[in-house]
Design a protein around this ligand. Structure first.
Ligand code: MEV
Length: 309
């Protein structure tokens, strides 16, 4: 056993397909490398967590971190480890903003724990542990957050299928803007499930989202940013129908479009959190990001989409 086990993960962005992916439709996601999380594990008399949110016994974490209790117990059971641990987390992934922070923290801890145990970790085992944690955090996770926060490649993700990477190499820039409002992924996923039961048109909306994602895939491969932008805005309208948007997200989508974005939509669980906008070049992306800040976005990031092989 090592003195210190270390693990890292990144945030993620869903370009297309959130919520519909829970129902078997495809989604396109990528790691968001501007946001990172690091976990370190050392021996301690009892299981403890040290993070910017909480410092203390793992057994006494607030409800929002209960997923980590499940994860750590599962890891310790796997190694028949009865000793205590101290987990130290350092993160610049904004929590509850649709950037996959709950999955990323689970990825980083699982990696750190296997490193601590000096044991190789397969991708399959990693995703199994993280999805266990995500079930507690999100209720019915598709697995996309676990997959997108754990690898370096963009993904074309279909629930239950082998992970397929995706050649995201399009001449465009993505602006990510944080509304500053905590998203409510668990509640949003549960509310869509209820809508789905009650209202027959919801299945159609979900299928439309799936079609938009499939077309987006083709247009990315064909390097057609303008068409991709239009598909993104259409997806936002579908997500509105699923009751997943809110006033702040809608306003910031409008601001992006009014300032030259090719398209814009919420990203991730919704009901707050972040939105993404597509720009044709860096100058345009900077202009859109500045307008988002002026309209109340708490933070913005710009990620080029031409760099992924
Ligand atoms: C959350 O980042 C993405 C959702 O589609 C939920 C999931 O796929 O688990 C809203």
């Amino acid at each position: 056993m090592k003195l210190i086990g270390k693990g890292v993960a990144s945030g993620k962005i869903i370009l297309m397909g959130e919520h519909a992916v829970v129902y078997g439709q495809p989604a396109i996601a990528m790691p968001f490398l501007a946001t990172q999380i690091k976990a370190e594990i050392t021996a301690a008399p009892e299981n403890q967590l040290i993070s910017s949110y909480y410092q203390g016994l793992l057994a006494k974490v607030p409800q929002a971190l209960k997923n980590l209790v499940t994860l750590v117990y599962a890891l310790q059971l796997h190694f028949a480890d009865n000793d205590g641990l101290q987990i130290t987390i350092e993160s610049n992934i904004p929590a509850e903003r649709g950037m996959g922070s709950s999955a990323a923290v689970a990825v980083a801890i699982t990696r750190a724990y296997f490193d601590y145990q000096e044991t190789a970790l397969s991708e399959k085992d990693l995703l199994a542990f993280v999805n266990l944690s995500e079930k507690v955090a999100h209720g019915n996770p598709s697995g996309i957050d676990a997959a997108a926060t754990s690898g370096p490649n963009p993904l074309y993700f279909i629930r239950g299928e082998e992970l397929a990477t995706f050649p995201m190499n399009i001449d465009a820039y993505l602006i990510v803007a944080d509304t500053g409002i905590k998203g409510q992924t668990r509640q949003a996923v549960a509310d869509v499930a209820e809508l789905y039961q009650q209202n027959a048109t919801i299945e159609e909306v979900i299928q439309n989202l799936g079609k938009l994602t499939k077309t987006a895939r083709q247009e990315i491969i064909a390097n057609q940013p303008h068409i991709l932008g239009e598909l993104m805005t259409k997806a936002h309208h579908c997500l509105q129908q699923l009751t997943i948007s809110n006033t702040s997200l809608d306003q910031l989508v409008d601001v992006a479009l009014a300032h030259g974005a090719l398209g814009a939509k919420l990203t991730g669980g919704g009901r707050g959190g972040c939105l993404i906008a597509l720009a044709s070049d860096l100058t345009s992306a900077e202009k859109i990001a500045a307008a988002q800040k002026q309209a109340g976005a708490k933070n913005t990031w710009i990620q080029g989409l031409g760099g992924f092989a």
